[in-house]
Design a binder for this molecule. Sequence first.
Ligand SMILES: Cc1cc2nc3c(=O)[nH]c(=O)nc-3n(C[C@H](O)[C@H](O)[C@H](O)COP(=O)(O)OP(=O)(O)OC[C@H]3O[C@@H](n4cnc5c(N)ncnc54)[C@H](O)[C@@H]3O)c2cc1C
Length: 373
Amino acid sequence: MDSLALSRVEVADQPAPTIVDEVARLARRDLAPLALAIDAGSAYPDALLRGFGKIGAWGSHVPQEGPADLRCAIQSIAAIGEVCGATAFMAWCQNTLVWYAANSTNLQLARRFGDSFSSGRVLGGTGLSNPMKSFFGIEKLKLKGRKVEGGYVVKGALPWVSNLGPDHFFGTIFERDDDGGGIVMFLADCSDPAITLQPCKPFLAMDGTGTYGVQFRDLFVPDELILVEQAAPFVKKIRAGFILLQTGMALGLIKNCIEIMDEVEAPLGHVNRYLPQQPTQFRELHAEFEKEAMALASDPYNSDDSYWRRVVALRLRLGDASVAAAHAAMLHCGARGYLKSHRAQRRLREAYFVAIVTPATKQLRKMLAGDER
Ligand SMILES: Cc1cc2nc3c(=O)[nH]c(=O)nc-3n(C[C@H](O)[C@H](O)[C@H](O)COP(=O)(O)OP(=O)(O)OC[C@H]3O[C@@H](n4cnc5c(N)ncnc54)[C@H](O)[C@@H]3O)c2cc1C
């Protein structure tokens, strides 16, 4: 590790901010009883998401006159993820929306939405999977827009956007079809009649995440909702934060899988010790990943290529480790974990989401192969 990275780790050794303790407390008290219903898709925890916002869970990474620090946000997502992977994902959605508004060059927009997003008064997410894939040559942009008086008109559809509801907002990108392919990033207002939220078919997990297919039927996007006219450099600025915030989902899930393995040590340790993967190995991995995540998260605007590759590599390893830890937890639990009421099988289903949500394992591997457009 180079000297710059070492100095970041030293900073990361400071005591955890109290917001994280508060988030963990609320997660154990109010989220744990809801986790099964969220997993089953019968509950979308909007009140709880607003509650997390009230105690500062969505605001700590807002840049203060220059630098930004994502450590507290990641630790908060991890604390939520220890209890419920779906809610950790919604926490990522909300934090990412805050990240877009906080970095927007449209100061009027930042003033109008900054506080409402970071306090959780207004909820929402991000529709950047398709653009993120398009930047790496995986698919074409699905939204098209053209300039009109006072804004743009946008049409197209996104197959999945999460943490949505009738009064929610999300950040996404369209390609101008009147200007040789320039890309513009904007806030979509779900209450606009030109936007339709289409319920999705049931998923393997994540059904309580307010995930919809979103159709834009000639939506007028006023200038006030434009996050940035030139989206390409903006995305380069925010992309490390976008990915690093996802590390919280994985860190929380892996930690809980270690706890699950520890819980069955007393009754089953005599035979579980023959399994190739033991909680000690995952504890070491978790500590290594957490240290690297905290080091990278204290410097999210670093534009060095070596920094970016570390972010991508960490995200890839965390996706792999999430699936491995959840798989190991299943094997350690045996029949106990095969019960629908046991969280081991839920954690396994949630772990696959960490590995497939954009940037998915295959995209991360493409990125590390240097196959970037
Ligand atoms: C539960 C859930 C929540 C998600 N939330 C968000 C979100 O909040 N924001 C966001 O931007 N993305 C979201 N996504 C998308 C996600 O980030 C990934 O893009 C997606 O999982 C696929 O990624 P992939 O790289 O494996 O692509 P692949 O699966 O290899 O390819 C994806 C493409 O295949 C096509 N496709 C495949 N299956 C279907 C289908 N059933 N319906 C329609 N098209 C299909 C589409 O063109 C799609 O773009 C969500 C996905 C899921 C499953």
